[in-house]
Design a protein around this ligand. Sequence first.
Ligand SMILES: C=C(O[C@@H]1C=C(C(=O)O)C=C[C@H]1O)C(=O)O
Length: 444
Amino acid sequence: MGAMNIDSSLASAEHLIAAPARLVVRTTPLDLPSADADPAALLDFLPADSSLSWVRRGDGLVAWGEVARIETTGDAQFSRAESAWGHLLQTMTVHDDVRAPGTGPVAFGSFSFDPSSGAGGVLVVPAVVVGRRGSTAWVTTVTPDTAETGPAQPTLAELLSVGAEPVRGPGRVTYSAGSRTAEEWLDIVTQAVARIRSGALDKVVLAREVVARTAAPVDPRWLLQRLAGSYPGCWTFSVDGMVGATPELLVRSEKGLAISRVLAGTVRRTGDDDADLVHAAHLARSSKDLEEHEYAVSSVARELEPFCTSMNVPEAPFVLHLPNVMHLATDVTGVLDRPGVSSLTLAAALHPSAAVCGTPTLVARDLIREIEGLERARYAGPVGWLGADGDGEWGIALRSAELSPEDPCELRLFAGCGIVAASDPEAELAETEAKLEPMRSALG
Ligand SMILES: C=C(O[C@@H]1C=C(C(=O)O)C=C[C@H]1O)C(=O)O
């Protein structure tokens, strides 16, 4: 399937890519201490000025430098990125001595929530990737192909010296309302509830932003290390200025198996474990949250099904405990029906799920456009990585912030929640505050 796509879009693909004519990709084993008690250890490799990350429980990928970049916008933001990636792969000579998911060529990506957003999508091919999965660790280098023998692979000591520059804190942080004040947002939620009760739609996800100003320029590593330390079960990501720790996996595809972790339905943690257990039990029985959750699971199952020969959609959700909130969660799995269907194709099909958009999808998206008053940009869009064989992992960019490209002391923090007929605007506002907590405490 890939080859046909690539051929037909070769001419346009070339315009999307900024890259040297030919690249050499080399993956070699790395002797790292095992993924031990420190879930942030991979992040220690990152330099201050260029940090790409996809890390969970000490495993994953960190990367820096930028050898190639693919940028897309509009309805075809995913498909055009994917054909450009296919085109770029044809320019690569690959030596992979490790052969595990995430070795060989990889691109880190981040895509806009709404295809009409000017933010568009990006795939970045880094110069150096350090990866770990259980007891296997590796380094991948990507260099322009020159006639001479390429540089030797960096040693562990050389790699560690890259991240030697001390991580700086952002100093005092002040927050202000973004495009809408909290009061205005309550009003927007009230309008949405009225629309739902009128029968126009079943569910819509509405989000708000808070703008943070820091005394010192933000060092993304400061945020990443604190997020990974506090939220080890989430995917701590950094791609092209989007930084966060998401609990929601849009899709992972690996060796013919696809999995999606769907979240919807939330309660705040109180800090009192006994009380939280009672709240978890309530959440698992709350008809409002179960309804909200069911919409999200159905949307994912429906979109994944055409790609699968068999699927497993659990009948009831489990409760996922995070330090700030608890969510209703369902892991949907499927056996893919054709080799080579890429994780980005799957992400494009699953996005936007009802967990971040609503039901029916297009009615909800139009209502978001009409009343939300927020430029989501890449918040709530797919974020993750893609390998040469199409396997990869894509999360939903939640519990996240967008670093301003113009001002190193400014970030936009985002949080949203699913609104259904039974939603109470004040409770939804409180839920957004709880969802802002990871980024707020990461800032310090
Ligand atoms: C939209 C967000 O979260 C989503 C909405 C949820 C809900 O409404 O219960 C739960 C998890 C996410 O799917 C966010 O964190 O910004």
